[in-house]
Ligand binder design. Structure first.
Ligand SMILES: Cc1cc2nc3c(=O)[nH]c(=O)nc-3n(C[C@H](O)[C@H](O)[C@H](O)COP(=O)(O)OP(=O)(O)OC[C@H]3O[C@@H](n4cnc5c(N)ncnc54)[C@H](O)[C@@H]3O)c2cc1C
Length: 238
C-alpha cells in the first residue's frame, strides 16, 4: 500500500492506524466510492514516514503528514467486507461531527464564563464594565447562540442513538456549535480588553482552539454545500 495523507492526529504515538485504501481499480467500479476497503494495521515506521506539523493550537495531540511507501498490510487486518470500506467509514462521520459539536459548545461556554466573570470583576471609573449594555448584549447573544446550537447537538445525538438518519442534524450541529463557540471566544477576548491578549486568562487559547471545530473534520463551507444540496435539494455546485 502506498500513498500520503496530511493532518493525521496522534501518529507520533499510534501503534496502529485505520486506512481506507482502494482494493478494486477505479475503472472496474460503478461508483468512485465502491472498491475501497478499510484496514486497521500496524504503523510500521520503516514503511511510514511521519512528520509532525508545527501548528497554532491543539497541542494536546500531535498532527502529522504521513507518507506510506509499499506498506504490506495483512489480509487479517481488513475490517468488514472487502470493497465496502467507504460505507463503513461514513458510519463514523456523524458521531464525530456530534462529538466535535458538543466539544465546541463546551469551549464556548468556558469562554463565556470567563468573560462574564471578568465583566463583573473589572471596575473602570468606579463601575464594573459588565454594567454597560455594550458589554452585556454581546455576551447575551453568545449565550443564546450556544444554547440553540446545543439543542441541535442534542437532537442529532438523540437521532443517532435511536439509529435514525441524522446527517442533516449532525452537520448542522457541528456548524452551529463551531460558529457559536468562535463567536463566544472572540467576544470573550474583547470583553477582557488587553487582558484577553494575555495568557493569564486563557481566552486567547480558547480563541485559537475554536478554529479547530470550525475547520475539522469538515469545513463550514462543505457543511453549507451539504445542507443546500442534500437537505434543500438545490442543484450541485460542481
Ligand atoms: C489540527 C487539525 C487536525 C486534523 N486532524 C485530522 C485527522 O486526524 N484526520 C483527518 O483525516 N483530517 C484531519 N484534519 C483535516 C481537516 O479535516 C481538513 O483540514 C478540513 O476538512 C479541511 O480540508 P482541507 O484542509 O483539505 O481544505 P481544502 O479542501 O484545501 O479547502 C480550503 C478552503 O476552501 C474551502 N472550500 C473547498 N472546496 C470548497 C467548495 N466546493 N465550496 C466552498 N468552499 C470550499 C474549504 O471550506 C476551506 O475553507 C485536521 C485538521 C487540522 C487543522
Amino acid at each position: 500500500m502506498s500513498g500520503s495523507k496530511i493532518w493525521i492526529s496522534t501518529a507520533q504515538v499510534a501503534n496502529r492506524m485505520l486506512i481506507l485504501a482502494r482494493t478494486t481499480p477505479i475503472e472496474q467500479v460503478k461508483r468512485k466510492t465502491d472498491g475501497l476497503s478499510l484496514f486497521y494495521t500496524a504503523t510500521d515506521r520503516s514503511r511510514v514516514e511521519i512528520r509532525a506539523i508545527p501548528k497554532m493550537g491543539r497541542h494536546a495531540v500531535d498532527s502529522n503528514m504521513l507518507f506510506i511507501d509499499n506498506l504490506e498490510v495483512p489480509a487479517d487486518d481488513l475490517i468488514g467486507a472487502e470493497g465496502d470500506g467507504f460505507r463503513q467509514i461514513l458510519h463514523g462521520f456523524n458521531p464525530e461531527r456530534i462529538l466535535i459539536a458538543a466539544e465546541a459548545v463546551g469551549l464556548g461556554r468556558a469562554a463565556l464564563r470567563k468573560a462574564t466573570q471578568y465583566a463583573k470583576d473589572r471596575v473602570v471609573f468606579d463601575r464594573p464594565i459588565g454594567q454597560n449594555q455594550g458589554i452585556q448584549h454581546p455576551l447575551a447573544v453568545c449565550w443564546m447562540n450556544l444554547e440553540a446550537a446545543n439543542l441541535m447537538v442534542m437532537q442529532a445525538a438523540t437521532l443517532y442513538d435511536a439509529q435514525q438518519d441524522c446527517g442533516a442534524q449532525a452537520n448542522a450541529a457541528k456548524y452551529l456549535a463551531a460558529e457559536a463557540a468562535f463567536s463566544a471566544c472572540q467576544t470573550a477576548m474583547m470583553t477582557l480588553g488587553g487582558m484577553g491578549y494575555s495568557r493569564e486568562y486563557h481566552v486567547e487559547r480558547y480563541l485559537r482552539e475554536s478554529f479547530i471545530p470550525r475547520i475539522a473534520p469538515v469545513s463550514p463551507h462543505m457543511i453549507l454545500n451539504f445542507i443546500a444540496e442534500k437537505v434543500l435539494g438545490l442543484p450541485k455546485s460542481y
